[in-house]
Design a protein around this ligand. Structure first.
Ligand code: PEP
Length: 266
């Protein structure tokens, strides 16, 4: 883990839970999770549940993220919700999740425009990047990550890039697409590539400030191992975030990681 940063844990609920079920999960999470000044916990419910959940959460405990939004601020785009509409309601928005890239054919350029729209509306993008199993097998991981990161950030200034969160989520490790557990050394290698790329393009200060988190079938058993990797600033669990025992267990792992670090620092 990088020094001086809060650990960021983002629960992506995907297209699950009715508004009522979302409220129940929030109640349970409130009971189970304690506020910790060095851990930032973010919930990403469905678009429909965002507003009610925003009224139910203790804002010292939880922040909110949208799972996606459209890159235009307003207009004749039937069915879409803009970042402008989400302004003030969410602090974060997941952008370029692999399910959006794969199922909804979001291109590199669409993801770039969404990142820009989020920043323009004072919402921190959580930019998801990652290679598919086919790309991994073909030895293309590094090229894929390069293209996804450089295009997505290309309309931002270094000051704006500093505030972005990049989530490395190998597609083959996400439960939807296979859920194979990624090995820590492979995660570290790609995390380092991401930070080095940002360093080359935007400078060392920006690269150090940027938060890079990991996602891919993370649960309460595996969270500690991923958080222990140097350079991992947090986690983005999907399915495990729908289970309050597992999600609270992931937060506990973050506590333990901080505790270990405090001890090491004396
Ligand atoms: C995700 O979709 O971002 C994710 C990591 O999902 P899961 O934890 O279910 O693999």
């Amino acid at each position: 883990m990088s020094t001086m940063k809060r650990i960021l844990i983002v629960g992506n609920w995907k297209m699950n839970l009715t508004v009522h079920e979302a409220s129940l999960l929030v109640k349970r999470l409130h009971d189970k999770i304690q506020v910790h000044r060095d851990i930032e916990v973010v919930l990403a419910p469905s678009m429909l549940a965002l507003q009610p959940v925003s009224q139910e959460i203790d804002k010292r405990k939880f922040k909110l993220a949208a799972q996606d939004a459209f890159y235009k601020d307003e207009g004749a785009f039937t069915g879409e919700v803009s970042f402008t509409m989400l302004r003030g309601l969410v602090d974060y928005a997941i952008v370029g999740h692999s399910e959006r890239r794969i199922y909804f054919h979001e291109t590199l350029e669409v993801v770039r425009d969404k990142v820009k729209a989020a920043v323009r509306n004072d919402i921190t993008p959580i930019l998801c990047v990652g290679e598919t199993s086919r790309e991994k097998a073909a030895g293309e991981t590094s090229r894929v990550i390069h293209d996804q990161v450089t295009t997505a950030l290309s309309d931002l200034t270094p000051e704006e890039v500093e505030k972005v969160v990049i989530a490395y989520e190998p597609v083959w490790a996400i439960s939807t697409f296979g859920g194979e557990l990624a090995k820590p050394d492979a995660v570290k290698k790609t995390m380092d590539q991401i930070r080095n790329l940002v360093k080359e393009l935007y400078g060392a200060e920006t690269a150090e400030a940027l938060r890079v988190i990991y996602g891919g079938s993370v649960d309460d058993h595996t969270a500690g191992g991923y958080l222990a990797i140097e350079g991992v600033d947090g986690l983005l669990p999907g399915s495990a975030s729908l289970n309050y025992h597992k999600f609270a267990g992931i937060i506990d792992s973050a506590y333990r990681q901080l505790h270990k670090k405090d001890k090491q620092d004396g």
